[in-house]
Design a protein around this ligand. Structure first.
Ligand code: HEC
Ligand code: HEC
Length: 300
């Protein structure tokens, strides 16, 4: 009996050791991954400075790329995720106020962050959707940068980030893309500019930089990978999901946050941004979504 107990004790001890070792190993490995630096792009990037670019940049930033969704509507920084298991992810203050990094952000640093997912020191930026932003044209990104250089300074310190155990585990398992910039195919080349027109082609572009990050690259919707469970699941925007919509219903959903049946959309769907979209932009996205093959809900 006592030998059996002793044996059980040894097995239990071994299991605990393995678990502790596993967690310590996971933390050591993922800690090195978080600290890892990647080479910064060497190509030049120069943003315009004229007032027309600043004004157009404000529209692109607020209505299309929605940088303020994470960095705050005043761009002074904001909490993206605050969850014990996933971590504390904070988007920094992009202004030139106290606690802001605006004074250190050159045009090239903005380009590296947005289209490559790399910080000024080469660290791989957590969570920010560079996989989608990589498609931003030089012209549009230039105007976003022109606008962000011009925003009023905000004094707000950015608290330190923390990546939680679940996020580390999901990243190790290959489920959570912690560093979206890793999926940037730097070889694709970037277009200089995109013609603004109410065409499905322009809609494809607007969708790729403004909707696909949440609704998925196939627009099948479903839970955002690694998002806390309380985040609502983005809808299926393919014909299986919104095939019953008319254009008027779509326009109303984007402007008022209401479905055709009158039910309200969860504010996680950024209607505060989509309601600023122009008619040309909304028609273009609508036309593009109509060309999509039907997908099952969750087929992101
Ligand atoms: C989904 C949330 C999210 C959105 C949307 C977002 N960001 Fe970020 N951004 C972050 C987070 C989080 C960080 C800091 C993470 C880190 O340092 O690992 C960050 C960091 C940055 C940085 C700092 C880079 C550095 O040198 O450290 C810049 C610049 C930046 N974002 C610009 C933008 C711009 C411009 C847009 C819109 C085109 C944008 N972000 C949209 C979440 C977001
Ligand atoms: C920050 C994430 C996010 C972005 C970006 C986003 N959406 Fe959504 N969207 C959601 C979520 C979440 C829902 C589901 C809301 C709910 O369940 O109440 C949703 C719902 C919708 C619906 C309602 C579908 C239904 O159930 O009837 C439409 C239409 C829609 N989105 C269109 C768009 C378009 C078009 C874009 C880009 C211009 C876009 N969304 C960008 C998160 C997002």
């Amino acid at each position: 009996m006592s030998r059996l107990l002793k044996y059980a004790g040894i097995v239990l001890g071994a299991i605990i050791l393995l678990l502790v070792g596993g967690v310590a190993g996971l933390y050591a490995w993922s800690g090195a991954e978080i600290a890892r630096r990647a080479p910064l792009p060497t190509h030049p990037f120069v943003a315009p400075t004229d007032s027309a670019a600043v004004a157009r940049g404000e529209h692109i930033t607020r209505a299309l790329t929605k940088c303020g969704d994470c960095h705050g509507e005043d761009f002074g920084g904001g909490v993206v995720v605050d969850d014990p298991a996933i971590g504390f992810i904070y988007a920094p203050n992009l202004t030139k106020g106290r606690g802001g990094i605006g004074g250190q952000l050159t045009d090239a640093a903005f380009e590296a962050a947005v289209r490559h997912g790399l910080g000024r020191d080469g660290h791989r930026i957590l969570i920010m959707p560079s996989k989608e932003y990589q498609f931003l044209s030089d012209e549009d990104l230039g105007m976003v940068v022109a606008f962000l250089h011009s925003v009023a300074p905000v004094d707000r310190e950015a608290p330190p980030l923390r990546v939680g155990p679940l996020a580390r585990g999901l990243y190790a398992a290959g489920i959570l893309p912690l560093f979206p910039g890793d999926a940037v195919t730097h070889s694709d080349g970037v277009v200089a500019s995109v013609p603004v027109d109410s065409t499905a082609e322009y809609g494809r572009y607007l969708g790729s930089v403004g909707c696909a990050g949440c609704h998925g690259t196939t627009y099948g919707g479903g839970a955002i990978p690694g998002g806390p469970p309380e985040w609502p699941k983005p809808a299926n925007l393919t014909p299986t999901g919104i095939g019953h919509y008319t254009f008027e219903g779509f326009n109303r959903a984007l402007h008022e946050g209401v479905r055709p049946d009158g039910t309200k959309l969860d504010p996680f769907m950024p209607v505060r941004a989509t309601k600023l979209m122009t008619d040309v932009e909304i028609v273009a996205v609508w036309k593009y979504l109509r060309t999509l093959p039907p997908k099952e809900f969750g087929a992101r």
